[in-house]
Design a protein around this ligand. Structure first.
Ligand code: GDP
Length: 315
């Protein structure tokens, strides 16, 4: 069984190739000077850590290096690692939500089309089902003809219940049906897929709010969590999407899909700094098992580990 660190190494393979290798080069000269900081800045920005987070991190590193009078590059690496982990930990910090006392827990998964939402939902269903919970998926994206079919395949692969209606049906009506079925079947967790056509932004947000209202009428306190799925390969654009959804419907946590598909995995750091929303899970591949809980320490360890430290297999 691969460890969490292995999964992050695998997920960050492309980012590590440039970031960790570049870091070796910069630190390898052994000198702590202005040139080193310039190189670190370039590496962090290339990994999509973002300008503001990069500046903040390097200011903190510089201050600590000066305060301690250290002059060896290895110490700089260790301080930079600690500072990134600290930034990520603040964002990841949030007590896990308490399961509702009555009725199913309801999680709405939202996000723009193409970010990996449907796949992520399938992976999430599988994880929760494996953890011993009875799961039901509600297909509230009735707009895209293929969405429900795709979701149904994921549901059957994961072996979980599935509720849909005809294409074009009212998403809130599907949510209603899904919750009724979940209550009747004593389901523990309902995962609601939702539409993500951003070109009709206003309509989309109204539709999502309506789903929220219907769900709240069925189960007190629901939706217990709104999870926004973002595509790690879209970098700073993901941050803009998060702001938009958060302002319109309120987001409780993030799932970052396709971390394995980018050399710019540092975007997690930018997201943590900019949004102050916890990153709950990250997608590290296309398979059903390729979704892992976000762990700041494993993430940073993986980010700084050179490509040769990869587990056998995919790099
Ligand atoms: P949706 O439109 O947001 O529902 O996106 P889909 O779930 O259909 O995913 C779009 C594409 O991204 C598909 O080809 C997925 O296989 C792929 N995908 C989703 N998550 C991941 C991931 O974590 N890693 C990789 N490499 N691909 C992913």
């Amino acid at each position: 069984m691969p460890t969490l660190l292995d999964r992050f190494r695998q997920g960050l393979a492309r980012t590590r190739e440039s970031f960790a290798q570049g870091l070796r080069g910069a630190l390898g000269r052994g000198r702590v000077d202005a040139e080193l900081y310039t190189e670190l800045e370039a590496l962090l920005i290339a990994a999509d850590v973002g300008v503001a987070a990069t500046e903040e991190l390097l200011d903190a590193v510089r201050a600590r290096v000066e305060a301690t009078g250290l002059s060896d590059a290895a110490a700089v690496e260790s301080i930079l690692k600690q500072e990134i982990a600290r930034l990520l930990a603040t964002a990841a910090e949030q007590s896990p939500r308490a399961a509702p006392e009555h009725g199913p827990e309801v999680v709405m998964v939202v996000g723009v089309n193409g970010v990996g939402k449907t796949t992520t939902l399938g992976k999430l269903a599988q994880r929760e089902q494996e953890a011993g919970r009875k799961v039901l998926i509600g297909a509230c994206d009735t707009f895209r003809a293929a969405a429900a079919e795709q979701l149904e395949r994921w549901a059957s692969r994961a072996g979980v219940d599935f509720v849909r209606q005809r294409d074009g049906a009212d998403p809130a009506a599907v949510a209603y049906d899904a919750l009724q079925a979940a209550i009747a079947r004593q389901v523990d967790l309902v995962l609601l897929d939702t539409a993500g056509r951003l070109h009709t932004k206003q309509n989309l947000m109204e539709e999502l709010k309506k789903v929220q209202r219907v769900v709240a009428q069925q189960v007190p306190g629901a939706p217990h969590e709104v999870l926004l799925c973002l595509d790690a390969t879209t970098g700073q654009n993901a941050i803009r999407q998060a702001r938009l959804f958060d302002a319109a419907i309120g987001v409780d946590g993030l799932i970052l899909a396709k971390l394995d598909g980018t050399a710019r995995g540092g975007v997690v750091v930018a997201i943590a700094r900019e949004l102050r929303l916890p990153v709950r899970m990250v997608g590290v591949g296309e398979g059903i098992a390729d979704l892992v809980p976000f762990d700041p320490e494993a993430f940073v360890d993986a980010l700084f580990s050179p490509a040769s430290a990869s587990p056998a297999g995919r790099t």
